[in-house]
Design a protein around this ligand. Structure first.
Ligand SMILES: Nc1nc(=O)c(N)c(NC[C@H](O)[C@H](O)[C@H](O)COP(=O)(O)O)[nH]1
Ligand SMILES: [Zn+2]
Length: 163
């Protein structure tokens, strides 16, 4: 049914479980939903695509490929009412130096209206994830979907030493 946030978050968790465990990141799953039709435009999980990719990034890269545009220009071809679901909040800083997902989401601020988050990012790699405020300042709503946090964090950190 419409707005069944927990079902979409469960789907994100299933995506995250496909991610190969690594000690230097989290296993995250993401789903991009078109609200007008309540249909899934893309799914993604950490490292799904080559290049140390993040789950949210994979959703955008796959959509860009489908539309024959670069990820930077994806905003021009997307419907205007989308929701991004992600098990862990979009990163605001990446130790690899790659573009953080908050920046990737901000590029799509004209389409992504709400980001549903299953868990806030732990402080293992980045002391304070400033993403929530950056997204809200751009007019994007952040909604914490309750109930799967424990499982999400267990999956996310499965590759960590003495996780
Ligand atoms: N939202 C989110 N989706 C992901 O798919 C993922 N792996 C992270 N992880 C955040 C974490 O802060 C970074 O993984 C580390 O900062 C290392 O950075 P790289 O991943 O190597 O670029 N966060
Ligand atoms: Zn990220």
């Amino acid at each position: 049914p419409r707005g069944d946030h927990k079902a979409y978050m469960q789907l994100c968790l299933e995506q995250a479980q496909r991610s190969p465990p690594k000690p230097t990141n989290y296993r995250v799953g993401a789903v991009l939903v078109d609200l007008a039709s309540n249909t899934i435009l893309a799914t993604g999980y950490t490292l799904e695509l080559p290049g140390n990719t993040h789950a949210e990034q994979c959703c955008f890269m796959k959509l860009a490929e489908k539309h024959g545009v670069s990820e930077e220009n994806l905003g021009g071809v997307l419907p205007s009412e989308l929701a991004l679901y992600t098990t862990v909040e979009p990163c605001s800083k990446r130790l690899s130096g790659n573009l953080p997902c908050v920046e990737r989401v901000l590029r799509l601020a004209g389409s992504i209206r709400t980001v549903y988050i299953g868990a806030m990012e732990p402080e293992t790699f980045v002391a304070e994830n400033t993403g929530k405020k950056m997204l809200e300042d751009a007019g994007i709503c952040i909604v914490h979907v309750e109930g799967l946090e424990k499982e999400i964090l267990e999956v996310a950190t499965a590759g960590h030493i003495n996780a």
